[in-house]
Design a protein around this ligand. Structure first.
Ligand code: GLU
Length: 264
């Protein structure tokens, strides 16, 4: 190789190294979710709005419930103002995508912490626990989940109960719904024989409507966590949310919220 060619090659190589070592990595430095929230002065919270008593719209059109109260507490803890929350409705099927793409900062939506979901997003420590249950019409002969073989069973798309049912009762005819209200209507009109999901949500239907009942047995343990985008950029946020939940547990706030929303 001629001398000028060697010099050109060396210069090119140096430029490539400079680009990769000093310029390009900056493009991959994740923004810090916690700092972003402090800067914005608001937390965008993905919440269910048809999951009474966790997230639902009251007569004034406000989103309220256990998860909504939790969101206000987190806002108070992080931003010193309980009202610095923007609620964005999510469903079990779209909430992880919305957190990963930044449409929402955190998910507070009766979301169970599972190893499969941990592959996609990160979770806080648990704040409460539910169990998978079965809701049927009061006149139904179904007494346990194993009776659901060959019957039409409603699930909410994207929930843990949808996945569990496939394993627990492979012969059930599974019908997916976007919302609890739609599944409940299908149960009332006889389109489905049962709904399976968290007892904490299904029990509300049995409390408000004596024509449906919740079977006594539970088929899973569902620890609820607050979810957020996975990665280094959410570590500081996780630390703060974990601290907020520990603080709530220590000050009996979680117990009070549990009793306020679930025990009456
Ligand atoms: N806890 C269940 C889950 O995470 C049900 C959640 C829901 O209906 O939002 O899949």
């Amino acid at each position: 190789m001629k001398k000028p060619a060697i010099i050109c090659s060396i210069i090119f190589l140096l430029m490539v190294c400079f680009y990769f070592f000093f310029l390009r990595p900056e493009k991959y430095v994740e923004n810090d979710l916690y700092e972003d929230i402090l800067q914005k002065g608001v937390i965008k919270v993905g919440i269910n709005i048809d999951s009474k008593p966790f997230g639902f719209t009251n007569e004034n059109g406000d989103i309220v419930g256990y998860d909504a109260d939790l969101a206000h507490y987190i806002a108070q803890y992080i931003l010193n103002n309980r009202d610095c929350v923007e609620f964005i409705p999510v469903t079990p099927a779209n909430r992880m995508l919305k957190a990963s793409t930044g449409e929402i900062d955190i998910i507070i939506a009766t979301m169970t912490i599972t190893p499969q979901r941990r592959e996609i997003i990160d979770f806080s420590i648990p704040y409460d626990t539910a169990g998978q249950a079965v809701l049927v019409n009061a006149s139904s002969k179904v007494t346990s989940i194993s009776d659901l073989g060959g019957l039409n069973v409603g699930v909410i798309w994207g929930t843990t109960a949808e996945k569990n049912l496939i394993n627990l009762v492979p012969t059930a005819n599974i019908l997916g719904f976007k919302s609890y209200q739609e599944a409940y209507s299908a149960l009332k009109t006889g389109k489905i024989n049962a709904i399976t999901s968290d007892d904490t949500i299904l029990s509300r239907f049995a409390i408000e409507d004596k024509e449906v009942k919740l079977l006594p047995k539970r088929y899973s343990r569902e620890p609820y966590g607050i979810g957020f985008r996975k990665g280094k950029g959410s570590q500081k946020l996780k630390q703060n949310i974990d601290n907020a939940i520990s603080d709530m547990k220590q000050k009996n706030v979680i117990n009070r919220l549990h009793n306020k929303w679930l025990e009456n």
